[in-house]
Design a protein around this ligand. Structure first.
Ligand SMILES: [Zn+2]
Length: 353
């Protein structure tokens, strides 16, 4: 006997795969087939060193799975997003606090700073403003600018699921606190997402390499509303088949932060920006005092599913499980094997390694 731990969303997906595959009678068949075909994983990159922080926190919040939150970050302050358990992708939206029409433009950021902005890079806003609005000054996070947020569409089209956690609806609910509408959602900067070119050169999402303590630090260059959310994807290697909490702190900047921000700005702008212009009809953002968060698709309901497996198959599992990534968490290692196999079987989601 072997135990598979799934939340109800993952369970629903695997049932969809079983129903569509004439060779699979039930979930046990799927798990045993996945295990038989599993091979030992390739080693993961070494854990990065983590520098302790020295700033004063003005706000701290744990983002629980399936949620996000809007944070006002005054110019000069730092927003720091930190892994608690590791493995977790975080989507980030950013708006000017004084005019919601100005917001992070991931395409311009990608064009100016490359596919994977990191320390020393800035985040750019959309036209007609087009200026640096935040600077990344530190951290150990991988980032990505190529994959759009996971949405209701993605899970319906590729996984056959119409009602489950997704970044689109999580962001919508978090931004609602400041009166932003569903159509205000913009493309996210993907934090702690690990992407690389696949065999044909197209980008693919690889297993998440974030460890506890990994983090990213961004200084606000103008007053912004920063809205991070725990990515709602528990069906791919984007967050290693799970949803986990992350910590967000807003901190007072120290002089070294300002210097790093200036260096990043000067490096990005080089010969200066075009003269600033005024655009009538600004949409300043204000917190709705009546807001009560109501994130959809919660709670997630985890449950253990016992699966018949003989000694040889269990021995094989212990040979191929990803110790590097999951340590002694056999339930997470088995879930990775089973969901990876199921996704490949369904031919669902291009981009997994
Ligand atoms: Zn997502």
């Amino acid at each position: 006997m072997i135990t598979l731990r799934l939340n109800h969303q993952q369970n629903q997906f695997l049932r969809t795969v079983v129903e569509r595959d004439e060779h699979l009678g039930d979930l046990g068949d799927l798990v045993r087939a996945a295990l038989r075909e599993a091979t030992a994983p390739s080693p993961m990159p070494a854990a990065p060193s983590v520098v302790p922080e020295t700033r004063t926190a003005v706000e701290e919040h744990i983002l629980e799975p399936g949620t996000g939150k809007a944070f006002e970050v005054a110019a000069g302050r730092v927003v720091r997003i930190t892994q608690v358990e590791g493995h977790q992708c975080v989507d980030l939206n950013v708006f000017s606090l004084h005019d919601a029409r100005e917001r992070l433009h991931v395409g311009r950021t990608r064009g100016m700073q490359g596919l994977h902005p990191g320390p020393g890079d800035v985040l750019w806003s959309n036209a007609p403003w087009e200026r640096p609005i935040m600077a990344i000054i530190g951290g150990t996070a991988t980032t990505d600018t190529q994959f759009p947020f996971c949405s209701r569409l993605i899970y319906s089209a590729f996984f056959g699921l119409h009602d489950r956690t997704n970044c689109q609806e999580i962001q919508n609910e978090a931004q609602r606190e400041y009166g932003l509408d569903p159509w205000d959602l913009h493309e996210s900067l993907n934090l702690f997402m690990h992407t690389a070119p696949g065999p044909d050169g197209e980008p693919v999402i690889r297993r998440n390499v974030a460890r506890p303590g990994d983090h990213i630090e961004l200084v606000a260059l103008i007053d912004v509303l920063a809205v991070p959310n725990v990515c709602g994807d528990d069906l791919s290697n984007c967050s290693n088949f799970g949803l986990r909490p992350v910590r967000v702190t807003v901190e007072e900047g120290v002089p070294a932060d300002g210097e790093q921000a200036r260096t990043a700005y000067n490096r990005a702008v080089v010969l200066g920006l075009p003269p600033a212009r005024e655009f009538p009809g600004a949409r300043p953002l204000r917190r709705d005092p009546a807001y009560v968060a109501a994130f959809p698709h919660l709670p997630l309901r985890p449950a253990d599913v016992p699966i018949d497996a003989d000694e040889a198959l269990i021995r094989h599992f212990h040979q191929v499980k990803n110790l590097d990534l999951y340590g002694d968490d056999d339930a997470a290692a088995l879930r990775d094997i089973v969901l990876s196999w199921a996704i490949e079987r369904l031919g669902a989601f291009a981009g997994n390694d």
